[in-house]
Design a protein around this ligand. Structure first.
Ligand code: RB5
Length: 148
């Protein structure tokens, strides 16, 4: 599984943590999509870059990070085909995969520390979509909202 990881200037340290945790998984190829310095960048540009790779098939899933995780998750969810989940706890991360088949995880570098963030990434990577009939139905309805 290929995972593209991107952040704005508010989450440079968190991105390092995320990339280090992804290295624990031998089956995962992680791509670092930047940003690489503390210079200010606009989180919608990062969301577009990471999510664009998912939509094009270059990546299977993405992890997007900004100061709060809010702006970049909102931006990611504007892109057709993206289901981004802003998670700052392990339970939500697991549920975002089991119930919502989230293809993007968002977190905030000014919100969460390295330890909890690492556990969230591990849970999100390791949890499969439940494939339950009711969840599929709800996801289909959710994705149909993109065309309204
Ligand atoms: C950038 O200063 C900050 O606004 C951004 O990282 C994020 O928190 C937005 O939601």
């Amino acid at each position: 599984m290929k995972i593209c990881v991107g952040c704005d200037h508010g989450a440079i340290e968190l991105k390092k943590t995320v990339l280090a945790v992804l290295q624990e998984f031998p089956d995962i190829e992680a791509e670092d999509a930047g940003t690489y310095s503390g210079e200010s960048v606009d989180y919608p540009d990062i969301a577009q870059m990471v999510c664009g790779k998912i939509i094009s098939g270059e990546a299977d899933r993405g992890i997007v990070l900004c100061g709060t995780g809010i702006g970049i998750s909102i931006a990611a969810n504007k892109i057709k085909g993206i289901r981004a989940a802003l998670c700052h706890d392990v339970f939500s991360a697991r549920m975002s995969r089991e119930h919502n088949d989230a293809n993007v995880l968002a977190m905030g570098g000014r919100v969460i520390g390295a330890g909890p963030a690492g556990e969230i990434v591990r849970a999100w990577i390791s949890t499969e979509f439940s494939n339950g009939e009711r969840h599929i139905r709800r996801i289909e309805k959710m994705m149909a909202l993109e065309n309204k």
